[in-house]
Write a protein that binds this ligand. Structure first.
Ligand SMILES: *[C@@H]1O[C@H](CO)[C@@H](O)[C@H](O)[C@H]1NC(C)=O
Length: 369
């Protein structure tokens, strides 16, 4: 009766393996949001920066319909868990259509398969481990513009009840931005009075909201004010590239804002460390670079042909030179008379058609034979 025993052991082992596999998904995750292909490179660099801090937690990117399949595969290859979502309609219809979907960020409050999520905007990078953020309470965010909460970096405890309550109030509460950030400021009106989160001394009872220090959401706008970080640079955790329309993946921003170099350094590492991902390059950018590279050559070639066809004389003189050379050779080798054929163009230009070949032409002829 050994085989049933072995079978049972094998089954138990298989079950254990399965359980381990299922447990591979972490209870806490980093989350970002991608509305279109424009920010794909941003998400890739963010992912790389996160992995460089040594985290083993899930990295989830919520992608909307505007994101291409190519980009989704790219992100998957980078180690992101790609979750497709539909945009959450903007109830404040006074805003133009491009603001549609700005409430979609609220969906992170509905990610109930995780106990806690750290949300990061696609234009952020992590320069030092932020694992301690998972110890933050129910809702943590940064205070910017003196008394407003910035939704670029947030710690959220997903809850369907909370999410449904938010959705219920989305149409009623005002939003100064017309989007999620303004709404969250109305939803948590007391946020400016929150205590600053200190990972080493947790508060009891756990407060509803807590503020994160600037180190967790350091705005490059802040850097630009004094041309340096006004916080301890060694302690910097998250850099947020809020430059309005300028983004770190625009090639010229590194000249304008020094911290973009940090972003570019990570982008460059992307190429080496992530196989099968197109080397971290944006295919669109690559095409533009190729076109810009080839364009001068095309123009040069075009100009050359243009000039050739315009001044036919040049072509003709080359042809007549050849004919002349051929005739001259025949004449020189065999003293026989050449079959008479007319030379295209003005052989008379040479003025020596019936004379002995000059030493220079002789040399040319000997080279060509
Ligand atoms: C919120 O999450 C629940 C459970 O996963 C899901 O059934 C529901 O569709 C989600 N709501 C929205 C608006 O995404």
């Amino acid at each position: 009766m050994r085989s049933p025993g072995l079978l049972a052991a094998a089954l138990v082992a298989a079950a254990l393996l399965l359980a381990a596999g299922a447990g591979a998904a972490t209870e806490e995750a980093y989350v970002t949001l991608l509305y279109g292909d424009e920010f794909v490179l941003g998400v890739r660099v963010l992912g790389k920066s996160l992995r460089d801090t040594g985290t083993r937690r899930d990295m989830v990117v919520l992608v909307s319909d505007g994101v291409s399949e190519y980009s989704r595969k790219l992100l998957q290859a980078d180690g992101w868990i790609v979750n497709r979502i539909t945009l959450l309609a903007n109830p404040n219809q006074v805003r133009p259509k491009r603001f549609w979907g700005v409430y979609t960020k609220l969906k992170i409050f509905n990610m109930t398969s995780y106990k806690k999520v750290v949300y990061l905007d696609a234009d952020t990078i992590v320069v030092k481990s932020i694992e301690d953020l998972f110890k933050c309470g129910k809702f943590c965010g940064n205070l910017k513009h003196s008394e407003r909460m910035n939704s670029g970096v947030m710690v959220v405890e997903p809850s369907e009840t909370l999410f449904n309550d938010m959705i219920d109030k989305v149409g009623r509460l005002p939003s100064y931005t017309g989007g999620d950030q303004g709404f969250l400021n109305s939803y948590y009106p007391d946020f400016p009075n929150s205590r600053v989160y200190e990972p080493d001394s947790p508060l009891t009872p756990e407060p509803e909201t807590q503020r994160l220090s600037t180190l967790y959401n350091a705005d490059v706008g802040l850097y630009m004010l004094a041309n340096k970080w006004m916080v301890d640079e060694k302690e910097l955790r998250v850099i947020h590239y809020t430059l309005g329309p300028l983004k770190p993946w625009d090639w010229f921003t590194a000249w304008l804002v020094k911290p973009v170099e940090t972003w570019q350094d990570i982008r460059q590492k992307l190429e080496e460390s992530l196989p099968g991902t197109g080397g971290g390059r944006n295919p669109h950018d690559q095409l533009v670079v190729k076109i810009l590279f080839i364009l001068p050559f095309c123009l040069l070639l075009f100009g050359y042909y243009q000039s050739c066809f315009q001044t036919n004389k040049e072509l003709i003189s080359i042809r007549s030179l050849c004919a002349f050379a051929r005739r001259a050779r025949h004449k020189y080798k065999s003293e026989e008379p050449l079959p008479s054929y007319s030379v295209v163009g003005s052989s008379a230009a040479f003025g020596i058609s019936n004379q002995r070949v000059s030493p220079l032409l002789q040399l040319q002829i000997s080279i060509s034979t």
